[in-house]
Design a protein around this ligand. Structure first.
Ligand code: ZN
Length: 278
């Protein structure tokens, strides 16, 4: 049974329509309160969702501020140049193996949090984000989706000066300033989608469309990335994989973010994040 999950005031919740249900309460303490700990229980999350309509909700989403679905991942990865058109606009060769960097967990922010710009070359990157739901080690691609708790929306906000000013470029720091990793608003289990490998993703700045793509255009798709990373290191529930951004980022035309800019990021079937730059 598909489920939709949210972080409501740092508590793991299931979502049905616009109502949320505190998982610890409705599971009678069986499921952890902490969102990352709760995401280790994906079999229970799939099961418990079948009974939601018979239970009183804790409130409605409109009344609360949502946090990042996985607020404290132990590892958080980014994938560079994972759409052909973005590699071209970046004037980079297409990668033969994934270009993976650490988006340090301290940068993870909520779906409606402000982005605190700390440099003049802040840039946006709309991305589909994978949230791991089982301990994953040497996972074959054909099994990879079963290790995914769900998908969420992300922004891989980038400080291009920090990222590209070093030789060779260092992605880790340039992608990891505080608040540079908004994620949310919801985490949606993979079985919720008719085709989880083909989702529409868009980004607008101050209402002006900048990015518009489908995740079926990923060079290295979700199963490949989960399998590839799990061969290098053990992936844990709550770990994040920012899967890469399509073309339309600000850098080629030097349209960098400035204070007051509103970044609107949407993935079909998951929802929309709105983040304002300060
Ligand atoms: Zn990125």
């Amino acid at each position: 049974m598909p489920f939709t999950f949210a972080n409501v005031e740092d508590r793991a919740c299931l979502v049905h329509g616009d109502k949320f249900y505190d998982l610890n309460r409705i599971s009678h303490d069986a499921i952890a309160t902490d969102p990352v700990d709760a995401l280790a229980d994906i079999d229970a999350l799939h099961e418990i969702n079948t009974n939601l309509t018979n239970i009183d909700p804790d409130g409605s989403l409109a009344e609360v501020k949502l946090g990042p679905p996985a607020p404290r991942p132990r590892n958080s990865f980014g994938v560079g140049l994972n759409y052909k058109d973005h590699a071209e606009e970046s004037k980079m060769d297409l990668p033969e193996s994934p270009v993976v960097f650490s988006k340090f967990p301290s940068c993870i922010a909520g779906p409606f949090d402000d982005v605190h710009l700390r440099a003049t070359r802040g840039d946006y990157e709309a991305e589909l984000v994978v949230v791991i739901g089982r301990v994953a080690r040497d996972v074959p691609t054909e099994d990879a989706w079963s290790f995914v708790a769900g998908l969420t929306v992300g922004q891989d906000i980038s400080d291009r000066k920090l990222q590209l000013g070093a030789r060779p470029p260092q992605f880790g720091l340039g992608k990891s300033r505080d608040t540079y990793g908004p994620t949310g608003p919801l985490l949606v289990s993979p079985d919720s989608f008719p085709d989880a490998d083909d989702l529409h993703i868009t980004c607008a700045i101050n209402g002006e469309p900048r990015q518009d793509a489908r995740t079926s255009a990923l060079i290295f798709d979700v199963p490949f990335l989960v399998s590839y990373l799990s061969e290098v290191m053990t992936l844990l529930p709550g770990d994040l994989i920012f899967t890469g951004t399509p073309s339309g980022v600000g850098m080629p035309d030097k349209r960098f973010l400035v204070a007051g800019d509103v970044i609107t990021t949407t993935v079909e079937g998951i929802g929309t994040m709105v983040n304002t730059c300060r």
